[in-house]
Design a protein around this ligand. Structure first.
Ligand SMILES: [Zn+2]
Length: 316
């Protein structure tokens, strides 16, 4: 293991010590004998500090347990977009209490991944009706192997499953907002949705965007690089320079940052595709370093340049 290669940045996600472990784990060719990053992330979440950032209107972001969580608080109660990791319950409860005593009414899941839905069970018990894309329900209801996480997810308990699902789009009025949910064609998974609050002009784009980092793409449940690019183009087309855009991971962002991300994805996709079409194997493409001009900015988090090249190659 080479510590020098893993220059983990210190932005909050799940605690830097665990990030280093995950980075090391994923940078190795064989992860079979290692503990899954899923277990490492869950362990770290037990003590993770939850940071609160107030946005416009009655919206706040909670960061620290799994993916970025958006919370609406007001006369109708609380609504969360994603629920973090289950073991964060004590710190998450305290963070929610800091946002006022309005009761929790709804939880929207942006996709099926554990770092976004693992808190479903306790949040449902606390009173949240769970809304998600139909593929989130399907994926949570069955056993799924995610090879790149070296983890087999068992079916979720009944109380954790979304009670209301939709196929294409859905809307609901809550705390004075006409909240818009829309399914992406397969991108990061087959279950990703965006959640838009028009009055506050705040858009949560799920894990189609990792702000400042190469993203994970889950080919085991239908994700692919072309879908990631298409989803990002859609997000750019449905936002303005005033829109606050919440990525699945990384800091709260804006449209210019999203455009830089799209340009990075397109550049690397084109480069990898060209090399693949020349007949190169994935190992040869990795050696050709098609990501090199982007690595300093994007390649220092969980998904390192080698891992990202593999993910792009699969779909190029
Ligand atoms: Zn995800």
């Amino acid at each position: 293991m080479n510590m020098e290669n893993i220059n983990i940045d210190r932005r909050k996600f799940i605690g830097s010590a665990s990030l280093i472990s995950i980075g090391l784990l994923l940078s190795q060719k064989s992860v079979v004998a290692q503990e899954s990053p899923v277990n490492i992330i869950k362990k770290a979440a037990a003590t993770a500090k939850i940071e609160i950032t107030k946005l416009r209107g009655n919206l706040s972001v909670l960061e620290g347990s799994g993916g970025n969580i958006l919370v609406s608080t007001g006369k109708d109660g609380k609504l969360m977009v994603d629920g973090g990791i289950g073991v964060s319950k004590p710190n998450m409860s305290a963070a929610l209490a800091k946002l006022g005593n309005a009761p929790l009414k709804f939880l929207i899941n942006t996709h099926w991944h554990f770092d976004h839905v693992d808190g479903n069970l306790w949040l449902h018990e606390k009173g949240a009706a769970i809304v998600a894309h139909e593929n989130t329900l399907k994926n949570m209801s069955r056993t799924i192997r995610v090879d790149d996480w070296n983890f087999t997810f068992p079916p979720s308990p009944k109380g954790a499953l979304p009670g209301k699902t939709f196929a294409d789009k859905e809307s609901m009025t809550f705390n004075g907002e006409d909240i818009q949910m829309r399914h992406y064609a397969p991108a990061h998974t087959n279950s990703d949705i965006s959640v838009y609050f028009p009055k506050a002009d705040v858009l949560h784009v799920a894990d189609t965007w990792w702000n400042g980092h190469y993203p994970f793409i889950d080919y085991n449940t239908g994700g692919n690089i072309k879908g990631m690019i298409a989803a990002t183009n859609h997000n750019i087309g449905h936002s303005s320079d005033k829109t606050i855009i919440i990525p699945g991971h990384g800091p709260i962002g804006n449209r210019n940052q999203l455009i830089a991300y799209r340009d990075m994805l397109v550049h690397i996709y084109d480069a990898v595709k060209k090399l693949k079409q020349q007949g190169m194997t994935v190992e040869e493409v990795i050696k050709a370093k098609p990501t090199s001009t982007f690595d300093a900015k994007w390649g220092t988090f969980i998904i390192d340049p080698t891992f990202f090249t593999r993910l792009v190659f699969k779909g190029a």
